[in-house]
Write a protein that binds this ligand. Structure first.
Ligand code: ASP
Ligand code: MG
Length: 405
């Protein structure tokens, strides 16, 4: 019997009525002759509520205890969904992450799934149960409860879909799919019908918030087709799948932005071999992920090194660099949090030239200054001043003709 995995986000299970709605959808899939695994998030803004509660008690709550707390949100929604399915006359059982042995590493708050035990789930499915699994949570080798980072239920769903070899993993959300740009900024943004794994990976890592990055990595690695769609209507959403030649016809698939970065500049770095290595290994050693990097070498053998990190890491990075600076004779460190990374993504860039030029020209025409640039095979990103975010996104959306029709 074909197997379908379905994931419902917080807005789709925000209250009792919505949970009943989800139950009806799940049951319809079961009735259509499928085995069904359902993954749910916590209800509405429950994870935020728990997070804030913890921070009212302690500004720096212990990571282990935070995961203990945050994981409760999903335990509420899975049990309620099971009850809603029962009341429609169908069999369903809810499971926490550890009950179905979703084993993760031990990095609390951002754990990675290392394996999932298919056996228990298989047994239940074969007995005709609809299997409901709590998203976002797992257990490490020491039986400690872990969570997978915000948006982690997507990754639970894709990991289960991959392990159980589901035909498709449906991600139900409050929008109709993946859009060419954030519709809150660009009203004429369009739903994308079909997008490749690589494009989705870039969009997710460059700021689009529809899918957790890790979930797309799972999908790509195991070739699971994702269907991102609305839980409030029956329209087709966006298919995320293997690239085919037709996808290259579109040069830019979408525009993404990320306001959550900070730009750090270390002044007067002596131009000698090994120093950049020392700086960046110190930063990496503190578990801070560095994104873009540029270095300008001046005349007097001193360079400025500028790089970006996530805003939440910027304070810590500043402290680390200050002490390293004293040790290594570096200049002062400046931090700018008023920046946005603006990106265009599309596999068509591989075979079309001039995309970067067009992007820079159109930003220049609007008087938007570009502070940093980075590229990959299928994406171009610019760091700009945050106050130009909306204008920048709209400009690129228009210039690359994404409004369609
Ligand atoms: N409930 C978690 C969050 O709000 C996980 C998820 O919804 O995917 O981030
Ligand atoms: Mg989400």
């Amino acid at each position: 019997m074909p197997l379908i995995a379905q994931k419902f986000g917080g807005t789709s299970v925000a209250d009792a009525g919505k949970i009943k709605n989800v139950a009806r959808r799940v049951v319809a899939t079961k009735k259509a002759g499928h085995q069904v695994i359902v993954v749910v998030s916590a209800m509405g803004k429950e994870t935020d509520r728990l997070f804030n509660l913890a921070h009212q008690i302690d500004k720096h709550p212990a990571e282990r205890e935070l995961d203990m707390l945050l994981s409760t949100g999903e335990q509420v929604s899975i049990s309620l969904l099971a009850m809603a399915i029962h009341s429609l006359g169908f069999e369903a059982k809810s499971f926490t992450g550890h009950q179905v042995r979703i084993v993760t590493d031990s990095s609390f708050n951002k754990a990675r799934i290392v394996r999932v035990d298919a056996e228990r789930i298989r047994q239940e499915l074969n007995q005709g149960q609809i299997v409901i699994v709590a998203g976002f949570q797992g257990m490490d080798e020491n039986l400690e409860i872990t969570t997978l980072g915000r948006g982690g239920s997507d990754t639970t769903a894709l990991a289960l879909a991959a392990t159980m070899q589901a035909e498709v993993c449906e991600i139900y959300t409050d929008v109709d799919g993946v859009y060419t740009a954030d519709p809150a900024i660009v009203p004429e943004a369009r739903k994308i019908d079909c997008i490749s794994y690589d494009e989705m990976l870039e969009l997710a890592s460059l700021g689009a918030r529809v899918l957790q990055l890790r979930s797309v990595e799972f999908a790509k690695k195991y070739g699971v087709t994702i269907h991102v769609r609305s839980s409030f209507n029956d329209q087709e959403g966006t298919w995320v799948r293997e690239e085919d030649s037709s996808m290259e016809e579109v040069i830019v698939r979408g525009v993404a932005y990320n306001r959550d970065e900070a730009k750090l500049t270390i002044k007067q770095v002596p131009d000698r071999p090994g120093l950049a290595a020392t700086i960046f290994s110190t930063v990496a050693g503190a578990n801070i992920v560095v994104d873009m990097i540029i270095q300008n070498v001046g005349e007097d053998g001193l360079a400025d090194i500028t790089f970006t990190v996530s805003q939440s890491d910027s304070r810590r990075a500043m402290d680390i660099l200050a002490s390293l600076g004293e040790e290594q004779g570096l200049g002062e460190v400046e931090c700018d949090t008023g920046i946005t990374k603006l990106s265009v993504v599309g596999v068509g860039m591989r075979s079309h030239s001039g995309v970067a030029a067009k992007m820079f020209q159109s930003l220049a025409k609007e008087g938007i200054n570009i502070m940093m640039i980075s590229t990959s095979e299928i994406a171009i990103s610019c760091v700009i001043e945050s106050k130009y975010t909306e204008l920048g996104v709209r400009t690129l959306h228009t210039v690359f003709d994404l409004g369609g029709a």
